[in-house]
Each structure stands twice: as C-alpha cells, then as structure tokens.
Design a protein around this ligand. Structure first.
Ligand code: ADP
Length: 324
C-alpha cells in the first residue's frame, strides 16, 4: 500500500550530449524500504542517485516525493540526504561540528544544532569521539560521522553512493549490518548504490538491477536472485547457469545441479573448493559450461577430477525460462 511518503521516478531520463545515461525509468521506492540499486559500471546508477538528490538535473520526466514534484528543488529542500563514497568531511571541523554543519547553514542556533548533532552521534555510536578531528578517526569511524551528518537533517530518504567501498572486507560486513539496523530503527528509505551483488543480497529488501541506462528487473532480493527474468540478470546476480534446452533459454541455479548416471553427459573441467561447497565446472557435448555447487560432504563422498565424465541432473523447479 502507498503511504504517500514514497519516492517515485516517472519517465526519468538523463542525457549528457549524445550519451543517454538514464533512459525513461519508472519506479516507486516504497517508504521505509532498504533498496539496493545495482548493476555494472556505467549502467546509470550514480546518475540516478544524483538526480534523486538534486545534484544533477534531469533531462526529462519527474521525481516525486510524498506526491510532490521535487525535480527542480535544490538538494537541501527535497527531503533527501546523500552520503558520499569519499565521506567528504571537513578536515578542520570537529566531529560534532561536521555533523551540525548543515544545521548551521540553515541558521539554527548553536545549542539546538549541537543537541541534534549529539543525538545523531549517539545513534551511530560516536558520541565519545565528538570532539575529535576527522584525521584522528579510522575509516569506519569517519564513515559513521558521514552517516550522522547526512541523517541530521531528518531526511525521508537517505541516498548512499557505494558507502562501503572504502572499507576493508572485514569492516564492510560489520558496517553493512549497522546500516541495516539503522534503516530499521529510523523507518525511512535507504537507497544504496552498489556494484556488488552479495552486498545487495545481504542488505536489500528490494533490489533494482540496472543495465544500459534502464531498470532490467526489480523486486524483493530473493526473487531477483532466484527468479532472474533475463540472461543479463541471471549472469549478473551470479549463482546461475544459462542454458539452452528444447528451443528455450533457461536459468538454472548452480546449487540445484547434481551428478547422476542418467544425467546430461558432460566432462569435468575445473574443481574449486569453497568451504561449504565445491564448485565443479563441466562442459556438455555442445560445449555449454555448467557450474555445479556441490555440498562439501556430498562431493568428498564421491570426488571428481578434471577430465572425468559425469552426468548432470537437476530438479525441474531449479530451472526457469528467461525472456528472450
Ligand atoms: P554507474 O554509476 O552505474 O557506474 P553512471 O551513472 O556514473 O554509471 O554513468 C552512466 C553513463 O553516463 C556512463 O556512460 C557515463 O560515462 C555517463 N556519464 C556520467 N556522468 C557524466 C557526465 N558528467 N558527463 C558525461 N557523461 C557522464
């Protein structure tokens, strides 16, 4: 159900000279949803986010928040806030003053803006470092300050441009848990741009997959992963094979492939141990490559080697037809 707080893109297009960065996209971001906007480099994700934020003009169409056209409002007047990849903290301002900065621009008095900044610093668990300068913080801590700074304006939608890309892999997983918790607590929408499908699956209530300036598929993360509509989405989300059978093209989940004597004849090419699974790549008679993720114990009960002949089998339910 629409709450009226939703963010809607209606026929939004962005052209840079001859380049169409975003082509006539339509989407409703439901209020209170964690949305990941994902796709390969150059597909138009950042441009879309910047247009929502108001850091980029739109060439055509409109952006509505709460039913109101905000397309031509300046960033600070939209009800959105953006957290940048680089954090863009002011080096000469303390953590508290960084967070309070936009309130100072709005002309709020010092006591009020410090109170608001302190609340946000509590929220991101950084109040104990409020008097430090950005250079005295770790990358993860700077990121939380940037988050507090974006949230202090009480946006209805928080926009995050690759917010985890500057963090090491360990911290990335921790921080993404915190982002999700924060989104739940605040109950606002987060729109998070990433090129990583694992990040999107871990975080998103809804995944919006872009390709070549359009939205290729959107829906609950689990649906987009397990029921990709197109070959592009199946390959991009990973975990699937794309195979031709009986005149149709199908996505087949790699964890749904097993070995059976009566299966499709194939030859094992590579074997990779991945912990929980062993990834076995084999090729069929017409040279189609098929990836099978075999549970570790099953594999080692009956191990294979490159060059072995195998039969590939799957349950019908693991197969579904792709749009041409
Ligand atoms: P993504 O974020 O998915 O990597 P972008 O939105 O940054 O993709 O870019 C989409 C397309 O628009 C690309 O072809 C890119 O080269 C082009 N583009 C982005 N920004 C500009 C710009 N300021 N001027 C000209 N072309 C741009």
């Amino acid at each position: 159900m629409r709450t009226g707080q939703d963010l809607e893109l209606s026929h939004v297009t962005k052209r840079y000279g001859q380049t169409v960065a975003v082509r006539d996209i339509n989407h409703v971001f439901t209020n209170g949803t964690y949305v990941c906007l994902l796709g390969p480099s150059g597909c138009g994700k950042s441009t879309t986010l910047r247009m929502i934020a108001g850091h980029e003009t739109i060439s055509d169409g409109s952006i509505l928040l709460d039913g109101t056209d905000v397309s031509h409002l300046p960033p600070a007047k939209r009800g959105t806030a953006m957290m940048f990849q680089s954090y863009a903290l002011f080096p000469h301002l303390s953590v508290r003053d960084n967070v309070a900065f936009s309130l100072r621009m709005q002309g709020q008095d010092k006591a009020l803006r410090h109170k608001a900044a302190n609340e946000m610093l509590e929220l991101v668990d950084m109040i104990h470092l409020a008097d430090r300068l950005p250079a005295q913080l770790s990358g993860g801590q700077q990121q939380r300050v940037a988050l507090a700074r974006a949230l202090v304006t009480k946006p209805r939608v928080l926009l995050l441009d690759e917010p985890l890309s500057a963090l090491d892999p360990f911290l990335r997983i921790r921080v993404r848990g915190e982002l999700k918790r924060l989104q739940r607590e605040l109950g606002i929408s987060f729109i998070h741009v990433t090129h990583g499908q694992d990040e999107a699956l871990a975080l998103a209530d809804e995944c919006v997959v872009m390709n070549n300036a359009v939205i290729e598929q959107s829906g609950p993360a689990r649906e987009v992963f397990s029921r990709p509509r197109t070959e592009f989405v199946a390959r991009f989300m990973g975990g699937h094979n794309v195979i031709d059978l009986n005149g149709g093209r199908y996505a087949l989940r790699a964890d749904g492939v097993h070995f059976a004597t009566a299966g499709l004849p194939a030859t094992v090419r590579t074997i990779e141990y991945q912990g929980n699974h062993v990834a076995v790549t084999s090729t069929t008679g017409d040279d189609t490559e098929v990836l099978a993720l075999i549970p570790e114990e099953t594999f080692f009960a009956n191990p294979k080697n490159p060059g072995d002949a195998v039969g590939l089998a799957w349950d019908e339910g693991r197969l579904h037809r792709l749009q041409a």
